[in-house]
Write a protein that binds this ligand. Structure first.
Ligand SMILES: Nc1nc2c(ncn2[C@@H]2O[C@H](COP(=O)(O)OP(=O)(O)OP(=O)(O)O)[C@@H](O)[C@H]2O)c(=O)[nH]1
Ligand SMILES: [Mg+2]
Length: 278
């Protein structure tokens, strides 16, 4: 599913997702060859929290949505209300800008975990209903020689878990230590190679036309999946009934329900205002 150069100049929307700390922001910086996305070794992200970074790849405009997925310890009620609010904002943002063209799932080289399977299900199956290309980027492969051999040795485990990908790249997103004697960064060459692999992967696999659903039904269907992870509550018939349903569930405190509704309402107001300006 190749991007067709020259068909349209609208940016392609790429969702980059994966657990906190796997290197999503480092890889976006590497692709764009600029330090635009802040990286950190300690911060705890929240599900669906996303920042957008724009730039050109092989002459084509892209928007990269740097989006945190579920974490090993991040499925508690403290994070869930914010996750829903974040989700609502992300869906609205995407629906107003041409939908999604590609999913990029970032993992760190290591064993296949249940959290990876959940994130794959949440973003690929629930968020995009398997209607989009998805690629996997295996990061932190600096100690694997050659880097690409990691996928050859581990692909079977992903296939056995029902996870399929349209493409993959094994990369390194960290420059490592400065080598005084050679006057270069330890992973400098690997990073250059990785930049090329990532750029090709994205351009080769992004869809020509973005995929999306109407905001409300899109939000509701993802919310259903998200709530399934946090508890077994069922989605309300209309999202405006969300507050009652959340109150009735045992997963959210009164304060969290208020926070979700406030965010949904203020998000609605912002959209109305920006729609009014257009
Ligand atoms: N060893 C190694 N470390 C890496 C690599 N890529 C990124 N890191 C480091 O991993 C840490 C987390 O990287 P980020 O890019 O901030 O990860 P993230 O997925 O954006 O994290 P959140 O924004 O918190 O979700 C940073 O200290 C990076 O320097 C890599 O290829 N190898
Ligand atoms: Mg980040």
């Amino acid at each position: 599913m190749k991007c067709d150069t020259g068909v349209t100049s609208h940016p392609r929307n790429v969702i980059v997702f994966g657990e906190t700390g796997v290197g999503k922001s480092s890889l976006i910086n590497l692709i764009l060859n600029q330090d635009v996305a802040p990286t950190s070794s300690g911060a705890q992200g929240c599900t669906f929290q996303s920042d957008m970074y724009s730039g050109f790849v092989q002459g084509l405009p892209f928007n990269f949505y740097d989006t945190v997925g579920l974490g090993e310890h991040g499925t508690g009620t403290v994070q869930s209300s914010q996750a829903i609010a974040n989700l609502y904002q992300l869906v609205k943002r995407l629906a107003h800008s041409g939908g999604v063209h590609l999913l990029v799932f970032v993992i760190k080289c290591g064993r296949l975990t249940e959290t990876m399977e959940k994130n794959y299900a949440l973003f690929f199956k629930a968020f995009c209903e398997e209607k989009l290309p998805i690629v996997v980027v295996v990061n932190a492969c600096e100690n694997v020689d050659p880097m690409r051999s990691w996928w050859g040795e581990n692909e079977g485990a992903f296939t056995a878990a029902g996870m399929r990908f349209d493409g993959q790249a094994c990369v390194c997103g960290e420059r490592g230590r400065w080598n005084k004697r050679l006057q270069c960064w330890a992973n400098g060459d690997l990073m250059e190679e990785s930049r090329g692999l990532l750029r090709k992967l994205i351009v080769d696999h992004c869809a020509e036309v973005g995929w999306q659903k109407p905001v409300v039904s899109w939000f509701r269907s993802i919310l259903q999946a998200l709530l399934d992870f946090f508890s077994s509550v069922k989605i309300p018939r209309a999202y405006r009934a969300l507050s009652n349903r959340l109150r009735g569930s045992k997963s959210f405190t009164e304060h969290e329900v208020e926070k979700i509704i406030e965010t949904v309402q203020s998000s609605d107001k912002q959209t109305e205002q920006s729609d009014g300006k257009e």
